[in-house]
Ligand binder design. Structure first.
Ligand SMILES: [Zn+2]
Length: 82
């Protein structure tokens, strides 16, 4: 398997859209950058720090990769604390 992913905490130099809650990450805020390879394709996602943690918690709970845009809904469905 060549798939891998990595998450790092970074300081936003400009506004970015969060892949989880779809709200803006403001310049000067810390955000989580996730990047890696999935099925041979490079991808990159940016999240608010707390959204990135939620995505990870939900993915761990589901024991499979999830669509970050569905993390909040999945968390509610499965009673995971948001
Ligand atoms: Zn967010």
């Amino acid at each position: 398997m060549t798939d891998f992913n990595k998450t790092i905490l970074r300081l936003a130099r400009k506004d970015y859209k969060c892949r989880c809650c779809h709200k803006w990450i403001k310049a000067g805020e810390h955000y989580i950058k996730e990047f890696g390879v999935c099925e041979g394709n490079w991808y990159q996602n940016k999240y608010h720090a707390k959204c990135g943690e939620l995505v990870e918690r939900v993915a761990n709970y589901m024991q499979e990769p999830i669509d970050p845009g569905e993390a909040i809904e999945l968390a509610k469905e499965h009673g995971i604390e948001v």
